[in-house]
Design a protein around this ligand. Structure first.
Ligand SMILES: [Zn+2]
Ligand SMILES: [Zn+2]
Ligand SMILES: [Zn+2]
Ligand SMILES: [Zn+2]
Length: 124
């Protein structure tokens, strides 16, 4: 079909002939719901892959545990889903968090060896 005057109705897709224009998209994150156009922003990453458009970005969208684990001489955050490791660098707040974790465990009569181990390693 061919239109002389497209019927855009404030959208990116002509109602009559289905022609699209690069305006007034109905974005669902990185992809337009109406015409399927893609943009390189607001991706929905899960473990490094955008679930909407398939774009890859290895460091994005992982689900890290609350505390880092030791990995050699580094502390790393490990993704609970795929095991991706990210170097942990928020040292100052981590020391405080570990200390309060250990303190509250001790108050409850427990111990948290992994936290003590990590803390010892970090303070050195
Ligand atoms: Zn048209
Ligand atoms: Zn569109
Ligand atoms: Zn995407
Ligand atoms: Zn992951």
């Amino acid at each position: 079909m061919f239109c002389l005057f497209h019927k855009w109705k404030g959208s990116c897709k002509c109602e009559r002939c289905g022609k699209t224009r690069d305006k007034y998209h109905d974005w669902n994150g990185c992809v337009c719901r109406r015409c399927g156009a893609a943009r390189d922003m607001e991706h929905s990453y899960t473990c490094g892959v955008c679930t909407v458009c398939g774009k890859r970005s290895s460091a994005e969208g992982h689900t890290y545990g609350e505390y880092p684990k030791r990995s050699g001489q580094y502390a790393v955050l490990v993704c609970e889903n795929c095991g991706y490791e990210k170097i942990y660098d928020d040292w100052d707040s981590l020391v405080d968090r570990l200390k309060s974790e250990i303190r509250s465990a001790n108050e409850a009569g427990c111990s948290v060896p992994w936290a003590e181990d990590l803390l010892k390693h970090m303070i050195m």
